[in-house]
Design a protein. Structure first.
Length: 246
């Protein structure tokens, strides 16, 4: 029970990586609040996780939703010890093809939402005597990719925010780290793998020969949320089947 007596808030918790993390956190003893825009998915994930998982419908791109989310989490479970900023938007495009609306939408969810939610949770972590913020970035925080300008830039900003916040809040025993996944087999990725040939091409990008699974990311998130990583802050962890080692 590596997360016993801890309260965790996970965004994008209704599917994919977020759902896998919620299930793993509950198994390790945490009480978990999952947030997302689709109520049906959240409720299904919470049912899978059990009574220690609370679903809250919220759009982390909206400040009023964030305030309601954090208030609900605190009222239901108490001070928040762990925040996982997992919610994200991926729109394909180049500097020329992206519209201003696409750019703003990407940054509103991927960057502004991370900042607003982290800011809202920090007082609860101070009251708890410390905490752990885990930001889910991407290998595209570290390397480039074609047709991913808005997404790559936003995830680079998440990595920079992680490092800056880690320095600001280390004296308060609040750690801030970043997971940089490769291509993980989720619904977000499925839109870019419409057939088996497209899937094989993406699998071949990873030296281990497969796409990541949501559970691969969840195991690392549990470590970063636990006391096992007590001396880890400001770090970025590529978890990508060897993609960035090439």
């Amino acid at each position: 029970m590596r997360l016993a007596n801890r309260v965790a808030l996970i965004t994008g918790g209704g599917s994919g990586i977020g759902r896998a993390m919620a299930l793993a956190f509950v198994r390790e003893g945490a009480r978990v609040v999952i947030a997302g825009r689709r109520k049906d998915r959240l409720e299904k994930a919470a049912h899978q996780a059990g009574p220690n998982c609370l679903p809250v419908q919220a759009d982390t791109g909206k400040a009023q939703d964030i305030a309601r989310l954090v208030k609900t989490a605190h009222e239901h479970f108490g001070n928040i010890h762990v925040l996982v900023n997992n919610a994200a938007l991926l729109l394909a495009g180049t500097a020329e093809s992206h519209t201003e609306e696409e750019w703003d939408q990407t940054f509103n969810v991927n960057v502004r939402g991370v900042w607003l939610l982290s800011r809202a949770v920090l007082p609860h972590m101070r009251a708890a005597g410390g905490g752990s913020i885990v930001n889910i970035a991407s290998i595209l925080s570290l390397v480039g990719a074609r047709n991913r300008v808005a997404y790559s830039t936003s995830k680079g900003a998440v990595l920079a925010m992680t490092r800056a916040m880690a320095l600001d809040h280390a004296p308060e025993k609040i750690r801030v780290n970043c997971i940089c996944p490769g291509i993980v087999d989720t619904e977000m990725v499925a839109q870019f793998t419409p057939d088996e040939n497209a899937r094989r091409i993406r699998e071949a990008l990873h030296p281990v020969g497969r796409l990541g699974q949501p559970e691969d990311i969840a195991y690392l998130a549990v470590f970063l949320a636990s006391d096992e990583s007590a001396w880890v802050t400001g770090a970025a962890f590529p978890i990508d089947g060897g993609y960035t080692a090439q």
